[in-house]
Design a binder for this molecule. Sequence first.
Ligand SMILES: NC(=O)C1=CN([C@@H]2O[C@H](COP(=O)(O)OP(=O)(O)OC[C@H]3O[C@@H](n4cnc5c(N)ncnc54)[C@H](OP(=O)(O)O)[C@@H]3O)[C@@H](O)[C@H]2O)C=CC1
Ligand SMILES: Nc1nc2c(ncn2[C@@H]2O[C@H](COP(=O)(O)O)[C@@H](O)[C@H]2O)c(=O)[nH]1
Length: 325
Amino acid sequence: MDIFDYDNVLLLPRRCRVESRAECDASVAFGPHRFKLPVVPANMKTVIDERIAAWMAREGYFYVMHRFDLDNVAFARAMREQGLIVSISSGVKEADRAAIDRLAADGVGADYITIDIAHGHADSVQRMIGYIKERLPQAFVIAGNVGTPEAVIDLENWGADATKVGIGPGKVCITRLKTGFGTGGWQLSALKWCARVATKPIIADGGIRHHGDIAKSVRFGAAMVMVGSLFAGHEESPGRTVEVDGQLFKEYYGSASDFNKGEYKHVEGKRILEPVKGKLADTLREMREDVQSSISYAGGRELRDLRKVNYVILGGENAGEHLLM
Ligand SMILES: NC(=O)C1=CN([C@@H]2O[C@H](COP(=O)(O)OP(=O)(O)OC[C@H]3O[C@@H](n4cnc5c(N)ncnc54)[C@H](OP(=O)(O)O)[C@@H]3O)[C@@H](O)[C@H]2O)C=CC1
Ligand SMILES: Nc1nc2c(ncn2[C@@H]2O[C@H](COP(=O)(O)O)[C@@H](O)[C@H]2O)c(=O)[nH]1
């Protein structure tokens, strides 16, 4: 198996089929809806809040609300009142099952539910998928996080409608240092490996550092890409604003960090400062333009055309050109 990551792979262009990049369609159908971009902000407290969720839903972007210190039912009801898509996160504990019961009993429901725990290839996730499917059968269930084909196969068989791939590639992740496990450093090839067996959509989660990494993720099998650090440093970002030597930063911390947990127990995340870089809307517009350019370089008109391109691996033992035959 080739081992590579975002920083040592480049996609190879194909003959252009459009007169303008405006002809390239960066939108994606994911579950019951179509969204403007195959990109979703990470469901983390310093990346998304109620205001960003509502704004993104209104603007036609996919979002996943985080699940920390949040009343999922109140959030879902507020979104419904505005006529917006409801996309929430869930853990696997008693409180999470109680929230599902209340969503079902109130009739609020949810359109998307992301079961998001550190080690998603687990019996607890199997039980939670079943629990949700029994009470909210219309909900599109995303489950993770995982990093192997075996896990993707199991989650799909357990009823997940999509899987989330990425153990430890995140910018504030210290899982690989603390446990010796993960896909950090080879996330893109782990995605490729998982996508080979997937029969349902995959969300590639973590490790995105540049807009071009979105096209690379799609090339290797992602239907959607989850992004934390690239979104954490905006004026609207929920993290605390910190000034250092006259420059503004936003706090960005891991969901498994002591900053999020409120205690130092099973810590697998850290805190960093991201420079403030303007408005979220401007980044999303630029991301969309960049994905349109990627599609044009692929010689295509839509996202799935990215899947057809050849690629090269730069440097190292696996270096070489990889052609689609
Ligand atoms: N993508 C990634 O690489 C990682 C992401 N995270 C993120 O951090 C957040 C918190 O995650 P998490 O701590 O799982 O959430 P929770 O605190 O909600 O824990 C979920 C449940 O899974 C159990 N659990 C957690 N890790 C393991 C494990 N390695 N083996 C067996 N059981 C486990 C917990 O029990 P107990 O705590 O008692 O073990 C708990 O019962 C999530 O949003 C998650 O996605 C965290 C780490 C890695
Ligand atoms: N190992 C950990 N991973 C974490 C933690 N909190 C979040 N995450 C994951 O990171 C991505 C975002 O990655 P980025 O490279 O775009 O910044 C996020 O979606 C989670 O999957 C954590 O505490 N530990």
